[in-house]
Design a protein. Structure first.
Length: 68
């Protein structure tokens, strides 16, 4: 399973979904799905934009969790 840490990153910076959508130009629905971890696929460009926006490596945004 892949865990998305977007909600944590946003919480640390006290950002709302609307803030990230406005600042990055990404679709609000895309950000909402990543925030709620309901996204089944994500465009590589969107990942790049978010990593640059939060100034983090991709491993800070996504984590591979081993199935138990």
């Amino acid at each position: 399973m892949i865990k998305c840490h977007l909600s944590r990153l946003m919480g640390e910076r006290r950002l709302k979904i609307a803030d990230v959508a406005r600042d990055t130009g990404l679709n609000r629905g895309t950000i909402t799905r990543l925030y709620n971890e309901t996204a089944s696929r994500v465009e590589l460009n969107d990942i790049e934009v978010l990593c640059r926006y939060f100034d983090v490596d991709i491993t800070a945004l996504f984590e591979l969790i081993k199935d138990e």
